[in-house]
Write a protein of this length. Structure first.
Length: 264
């Protein structure tokens, strides 16, 4: 049985994990490889990117690791140049870099606000800017942006910059999908809900009395009674990148256990 992404080249920005376990980017990179893609694992932390690439290599796949700060255009352009030189083309661009900082307009400094917008939104713009010309030359390609249900609704945390930036990712996704539809390029977003990944223990746990309280409350807040995992996001990403989704573009897909379907 042929693999769904056989011989395709995928670039995953944010392919490392912020802590032990499986973050969304790490799982998606490995899932792409398991489905036949050659994967460029890109992360600001080269060690984390290399860990993901090593997992792929140990499973018999093809991967490379690069360090890149997605908020810097020169870094992104250089990384894409290296990848294009190595693999000759890019079929799948996966934008996973994201960060959540608790705080509203009063609590956040101007610098913190700008940093969050840069990480969550500008990084998507820069990666897409430098990959699109390669896809346009081939008249095909898939861009998948990892957004959040926070881009579409309030999820219980006071993190204004996250809501703003992820809402921006959603609408950027829709705009790019329509702009490039006739060029054979599909652009979609995945909106994870309350997920159990290393990121929440680094960035959200401080909003609770304890880690145990955070986990219990996040499980309880999801209609299915449990948080999702990075693999739930990875399976959706593989589908969206595959030919099975060839008529799907401009979609912001909730992967959230029913969270956005619930009115309260």
């Amino acid at each position: 049985m042929a693999k769904r992404l056989e011989d395709r080249v995928a670039v995953v920005f944010g392919a490392g994990s912020i802590g032990p376990g499986w973050g969304n980017g790490k799982a998606c990179a490995v899932a792409y490889a398991r489905n036949g893609a050659k994967v460029a694992c890109v992360d600001v932390n080269k060690t984390a990117a290399s860990e993901t690439a090593d997992i792929i290599a140990q499973e018999g796949g093809t991967a490379c690791a690069l360090a890149c700060d997605v908020t810097k255009g020169t870094d992104v352009a250089k990384a894409i140049g290296v990848i294009a030189s190595k693999f000759k083309r890019i079929d799948i661009l996966h934008n996973n870099v994201g960060h959540a900082r608790i705080g509203g307009p009063v609590e956040l400094s101007e610098e913190e606000w700008s940093r969050e917008i840069d990480l969550n939104l500008k990084g998507v713009f820069l990666a897409t800017k430098h990959v699109l010309p390669l896809m346009l030359a081939e008249r095909k390609g898939v861009v998948t942006n990892i957004s959040s249900v926070a881009g579409a609704r309030y999820v219980g945390y006071d993190y204004a910059s996250y809501y703003a930036s992820k809402g921006g990712v959603n609408q950027l996704t829709v705009g790019l999908a329509l702009q490039y539809a006739k060029a054979g390029i599909r652009v979609n977003a995945i909106m994870p809900g309350l997920m159990d990944t290393p990121l929440i223990y680094q960035q959200i746990s401080g909003a609770y009395g304890s880690t145990e309280e955070m986990v219990a409350k996040r499980h309880a807040a999801t209609p299915m009674g449990r948080m999702g995992t990075a693999w739930d996001v990875a399976h959706a990403a593989v589908f969206l990148a595959s030919d099975e989704a060839q008529y799907i573009t401009g979609v912001c897909l909730p992967v959230d256990g029913g969270l956005t379907a619930r009115c309260v």
